[in-house]
Design a protein around this ligand. Structure first.
Ligand SMILES: [Zn+2]
Length: 266
């Protein structure tokens, strides 16, 4: 009996410590003990070295819900030290959710690049293009760098590729309110999924320009969507469906590889 009590207390203390440690280092939504062996995992990264969006908590909650609905586990962190080869190997997808500025350094960048090019999956949301301006590989991988934005307002996005899981449920002209980015330019190998109609709002500087795209990155792949500035975005059914489709595509190794150029507009 005494032995049993001691064992129980030891196990309890270990679980409690592990749990506290996990929560102090990062906001872990699916603890190891609740995740079945073989469950696919997503790392949601929200480190900000520049502007910090107050929609990040809503974005994390939304991604957790969408991932769990598809049977995936989500871990959320702001800790760049999670970007090492051993830890990255646990994940099937990494999300940069409104990250800003220089969030990774040195070996973290090398290990993330290696993970991506050997079959990783990257999901960039909104300010993911306002991140790592001095890391050329990241700029090529994410497909464009943010330059400026007008005030939050409604605008029309035009579906360019309606066959992708992230766009198939959307109306041909998708009108919604967000903060619409201008970009410094676009990589030539992006597969464009949505274009922003600059005639439908005020302050666009790129002409009708891509606002969601995907591309291959070595053996891996990436997806980016420019929306997601506002808290409200993450409760909008259509924006959530768009994100859920992107996640499903990124998490499916058998999904079709992006082709260049994009198919003609429907
Ligand atoms: Zn923003």
């Amino acid at each position: 009996m005494r032995h049993w009590v001691f064992t129980f207390l030891t196990v309890f203390a270990t679980v409690a410590c592990t749990s506290n440690k996990a929560h102090s280092a990062s906001d872990t939504y699916s603890t190891a003990e609740s995740v079945a062996r073989g469950t696919k995992r997503i790392l949601v990264f929200t480190s900000t070295k520049g502007f910090r969006h107050d929609s990040i908590p809503e974005g994390v909650r939304c991604l957790r819900d969408l991932a769990q609905a598809q049977g995936f586990a989500v871990e959320h962190t702001e800790d760049a030290k999670q970007f090492n080869a051993k830890n990255l190997a646990r994940f099937d997808c990494v999300v940069f959710l409104s990250t800003t500025g220089d969030v990774l350094e040195g070996e973290q960048e090398d290990d993330f690049k290696e993970w991506m090019e050997t079959g990783g999956a990257f999901f960039g949301i909104h300010a993911a293009t306002d991140t790592e301006f001095t890391w050329p590989w990241y700029g090529r991988m994410v497909g464009a760098y943010f330059s400026s934005h007008p005030k939050v307002q409604p605008a029309d996005q035009v579906v360019v590729d309606a066959k992708h899981p992230a766009t198939t449920m959307l109306p041909a002209r998708w009108r919604r309110t967000d903060e619409w980015y201008n970009f410094r330019g676009f990589e030539s190998d992006i597969h464009v999924l949505l274009r922003l109609d600059e005639k439908s709002y005020v302050g666009g500087k790129n002409g009708e320009h891509p606002s969601a795209w995907c591309k291959s990155v070595g053996e891996g792949k990436m997806f980016y969507t420019a929306g997601g500035h506002t808290k409200e975005s993450y409760t909008e059914p259509e924006f959530r469906a768009h994100l859920a489709g992107a996640l499903a595509w990124l998490m499916n190794p058998a999904a079709a590889k992006p082709t260049i150029p994009s198919p003609a507009s429907r």
